[in-house]
Design a protein around this ligand. Structure first.
Ligand SMILES: *[C@@H]1O[C@H](CO)[C@@H](O)[C@H](O)[C@H]1NC(C)=O
Ligand SMILES: *[C@@H]1O[C@H](CO)[C@@H](O)[C@H](O)[C@H]1NC(C)=O
Ligand SMILES: *[C@@H]1O[C@H](CO)[C@@H](O)[C@H](O)[C@H]1NC(C)=O
Length: 338
């Protein structure tokens, strides 16, 4: 019968030259599963004719005849552990739940079309290995060697048997890292990356690997460099701080000096106003009196100068509110002028 199938298939191929070849593809041909877990066997197919029956069987070359199938679209008596996730057009994915020891074996997919010449089974199949427990392992790319700072290292999470579509989580010193996936890249390495790394299947913490101790060797030269760098940074900060303090002091001195100079000038112009406000000493009062006397002298000297008198008049007039006696003086000047 099998031989007949093949003869029919090849004669069909011969007479339908140019037509597509039927095919079934398994993205991975072997996988591993822990008892009690769920495993998905990926599968795609390209039929020649309309498919009317899809079958998955275990440990049989072409899933035909008396072979008990784990899934048969034409039969209702099948275990609910096997679920066909595919269809009759292109997807032939099979899910196996609550995997147990007896599932160990090779699974194959068979399609049957309206025309028996288009029946097809890919004998490669998917080999499923069922294990009691799965312990992950951490390996480092490039083998065990000394790791230096600045390098990049790739840690690989593996297990004795291969697995697919299972998410791997990483731990460092017992804490879960944010990275997922079968590899973990770390770098550029620094001394802080040293630690105990382990990995596990996300769905099963019992698979957590033995810790892998990553030790980053920091070169003596690098250490020296680090020390020199921190020294320079410290120095720069110190200098900046000092400059800041000096500038602040300088500014304060300048401001004080300017204020003093301004106060002196104000005293020279309108001394009595200042006098009223501040607590002047006897000598400054004397100085002020002398200055006022001088001023008066100067005014007299310049009596003939029109412009001077007008300036003087204006100046006195500005402070009229404060100094009524000077207003009188101004009146005197103006009358002199008149
Ligand atoms: C059978 O499956 C294997 C694995 O996916 C694939 O490499 C091969 O091409 C398939 N053969 C046919 C005829 O579909
Ligand atoms: C086949 O179906 C499964 C389940 O629905 C799905 O996860 C998978 O992506 C499908 N594959 C393709 C190639 O469409
Ligand atoms: C890593 O593990 C070793 C032994 O298991 C231990 O001596 C060491 O202190 C651990 N390191 C860290 C950073 O936890």
């Amino acid at each position: 019968m099998a031989v007949w199938d093949i003869v029919v298939f090849w004669s069909f191929m011969f007479f339908s030259a140019g037509a597509a070849v039927p095919s079934v593809n398994y993205p991975f041909t072997s996988t591993c599963a822990v008892t009690g877990s769920t495993v998905i066997l990926r599968c795609t197919f390209t039929p020649l004719k309309q498919v009317i029956r899809v079958v998955w069987c275990k440990n049989h070359e072409i899933c035909q005849g008396q072979t008990p199938s784990v899934y048969d679209s034409k039969s209702d008596s099948r275990s609910s552990r096997y679920r066909y996730l595919g269809d009759k057009r292109s997807n032939c994915t099979l899910e196996i739940r609550e995997v147990w020891k007896d599932d160990d074996g090779t699974f194959r997919f068979r399609m049957e079309a309206t025309d028996s010449s288009a029946h097809f089974t890919n004998k490669t199949g998917v080999m499923l290995e069922v294990v009691e427990e799965m312990k992950m392992e951490v390996n480092v790319s490039g083998g065990d060697r000394e790791l230096r700072s600045g390098e990049t290292v790739t840690l690989r999470c593996t297990s004795r048997c291969t697995f697919h579509q299972l998410q791997v989580t990483w731990l460092r010193d017992g804490h879960t890292l944010s990275q997922f996936g079968p590899t973990l890249q770390i770098g550029p390495l620094t001394a802080e990356d040293s630690g105990n790394y382990s990995c596990a299947l996300k769905t099963n913490t019992e698979t957590t690997s033995a810790p892998f101790s990553l030790q980053v060797k920091v070169d003596a030269a690098d250490k020296e460099m680090d020390r020199a760098l921190s020294l320079v940074v410290g120095l720069v900060i110190g200098v900046l701080l000092l400059a800041g303090i000096t500038l602040t002091i300088l500014f304060t001195i300048i401001i004080i000096r300017r204020r003093r100079a301004a106060a002196d000038r104000q005293r020279a112009v309108g001394g009595d106003t200042e006098q009223k406000r501040s607590d002047e000493t006897d000598s400054s009062v004397l100085q002020l009196a002398k200055r006022q006397a001088d001023e008066l002298q100067k005014t007299r000297q310049a009596e003939e100068d029109d412009s001077y008198i007008s300036i003087q008049f204006r100046q006195k007039g500005q402070d009229r509110r404060d100094r009524p006696e000077e207003e009188e003086e101004a009146v005197v000047y103006s009358s002199v002028r008149g």
